[in-house]
Design a protein around this ligand. Sequence first.
Ligand code: SAM
Length: 218
Amino acid sequence: MKDDMDYQKARERMVERQIARRGIDSPRVLEAFRSVPRHLFVPQHKREFAYSDGPLPIGRGQTISQPYIVAYMTEALELQGEERVLEIGTGSGYQAAILGELAAEVYTVERHQDLAKTASQRLQDMDYENIHVIQGDGTEGLPEHAPFQGVIVTAAAPEVPRPLLDQLDEGGRLIMPVGSRGGQVLKLYQRREGDFSVKALSPVAFVPLIGEHGHSAP
Ligand code: SAM
């Protein structure tokens, strides 16, 4: 059983060795990773692995992503602090907490009711008043809270759901793994004068995005 000091040291090591050393250099992003207690977002029996260099199971066949991937996707959004951000795929709530440190408001949508409920309670217990967890099909986005200056999708589909592009603000950025169930590429979209620029970043492997504008349910 580790105490808080052990976790803090493990977290510092994670930031240094897995994130900063691999090229993430935004001071705001690094600070967010130093401050969010990742061990509180994984199941109790996996806590000792919370700061290891990989994804971990969180139930329902879903995962909390590798810390480096969370950092990489977060940095790509270039958040300054004033943004309203939409996340699709709340999972454990860890990515939402990181976003909550870096943006004004975070809306995060999770398809599985039990995961949404656990994440919501967890974030409330940590006093994240700027994070709103919603249960539903995130491929529809959240038109009632649009436009978003940042959108992050943490599950994969063959194409970006059209409603998510439509809900992106002028100048806003969207990052998502795009490809087949077997493997995908992270793609970064930016809305510019009604059009979208697209950049292919790195190869990744995410769980499927299941919904109206994604994969059909297994
Ligand atoms: N961001 C999460 C975290 O920090 O723990 C990890 C996300 S996990 C890799 C992907 C999540 O997307 C799963 O929890 C899955 O249930 C969810 N998901 C899949 N399709 C979805 C959809 N259409 N709407 C909302 N969530 C969805």
